[in-house]
Design a protein around this ligand. Structure first.
Ligand SMILES: Cc1cc2nc3c(=O)[nH]c(=O)nc-3n(C[C@H](O)[C@H](O)[C@H](O)COP(=O)(O)OP(=O)(O)OC[C@H]3O[C@@H](n4cnc5c(N)ncnc54)[C@H](O)[C@@H]3O)c2cc1C
Length: 320
């Protein structure tokens, strides 16, 4: 069976969920071979094997941390040359997309970014994308070279499928030309304890209806009861009520969670562009004519300051 390279996103060997989703999708096309760069390969290998990796190719070098993505592209290219895979899959993070694009240029292949599903096809993998502010769903296949595909988080439920997960060292030579941009300092982001917005299975977002930064704890309380990330519309962000890093939409983050709850958000096209592929959408809005109700699975016409706390209490009560 053909091998499929899966680029591993991890923090010191703790594998992030989008990679487990990639392994699940990779198994539809062939045998997943994971590429783990940086420290923690042994820890990662256990998780990767549990989710179907037949092999884990690993390399660690100071250059992976000291420079921007180019040394990692050198390593992924080395894995590509060692394996001759049927496809290369990466998570659709900013880094994943840059590494994928650079690899595709180097190996003369086409690339598909932000796929939301993947299936095997007679002439290569077929990727589903949601395009033009999620107005169209397209299916595409790469016709040139080895398909390089980046997949959005939450596109598949990770499934366990134990495999050998044999760890093999990858020989990597970092090219001088890959050392053009050195990282000179790092400032860790203050942790909120909430999941990352683009990877979260549940997102609770607030808009202009939240009516002030001082009211956002109402949204945060619901998010925390559900273990969700907090999002915001541009109106809320522009008003300075919530950080830009949490903006959902065309000029913010694109999210695709299992559940998206929009409170006090009207549903402008630019907001929809960033959340319309969510699996289940719930809106709370006091205006029954708000356009957001056109795309929801469940809508509550009501004041968010009554509905959201009641929902939070109910979630907490059911959790015991
Ligand atoms: C180039 C461009 C890019 C953009 N990018 C983005 C983007 O990335 N993300 C984004 O979100 N927007 C973006 N916008 C802005 C977008 O057009 C809208 O202006 C914005 O999404 C509106 O935010 P909102 O829904 O929070 O506010 P509004 O449209 O003002 O809606 C507020 C809603 O809250 C409801 N409400 C008020 N009080 C309550 C209450 N107490 N309880 C319940 N409901 C209540 C109202 O009925 C209303 O429907 C962009 C615009 C442009 C031109």
């Amino acid at each position: 069976m053909a091998e499929v390279l899966v680029y591993v996103d991890h923090v010191d060997g703790a594998v992030r969920k989008p990679t487990l989703e990639l392994l699940t999708l990779a198994r539809r096309i062939g045998e997943p071979v994971a590429v783990h760069l940086g420290p923690g390969a042994d820890t990662a290998a256990t998780t990767l094997a549990e989710h179907g990796a037949v092999k884990v190719l690993t390399a660690d070098a100071p250059e992976f941390a000291d420079y921007l993505v180019a040394p990692k592209v050198d390593a992924l290219q080395a894995a590509y040359e060692a394996v001759s895979p049927a496809a290369v899959l990466l998570p659709s993070s900013t880094e994943g997309k840059e590494i994928g694009a650079r690899l595709a240029v180097r190996i003369g292949s086409g690339i598909i970014t932000d796929a939301v599903d993947l299936e095997a096809g007679d002439e290569g993998p077929v990727a589903t994308q949601s395009v033009f502010a999620a107005s169209y769903t397209t299916k595409s296949r790469i016709t040139k070279g080895t398909p390089v595909i980046t997949v959005k988080p939450n596109s598949a439920a990770p499934e366990a499928a134990p495999a050998a997960g044999t760890v093999e060292q990858l020989a990597v030579t970092v090219a001088e030309s890959s050392k053009g941009t050195k990282v000179v300092s790092r400032t860790p982001r203050e942790s909120t304890g909430r999941p990352d917005l683009t990877e979260a299975a549940i997102v609770v977002s607030g808009g202009r209806g939240v009516n002030g930064a001082e009211n956002f704890p109402v949204i945060e309380a619901l998010a925390d009861s559900l273990g969700a990330a907090v999002g915001a519309s541009r109106a809320a962000v522009d008003a300075g009520w919530y950080p830009h890093t949490n903006q959902v939409g065309q000029t913010g983050k694109s999210v695709s969670p299992q559940l998206y709850i929009a409170a006090g958000i009207s549903g402008a096209i630019q907001h929809r562009a960033g959340m319309q592929t969510s699996k289940t959408i719930v809106a709370i809005n006091k205006d029954a004519e708000a356009p957001i109700f056109d795309l929801v699975d469940y809508g509550v016409v009501g004041d968010l300051f009554e509905v959201v706390p009641a929902l939070t209490d109910e979630v907490k009560a059911r959790k015991g």
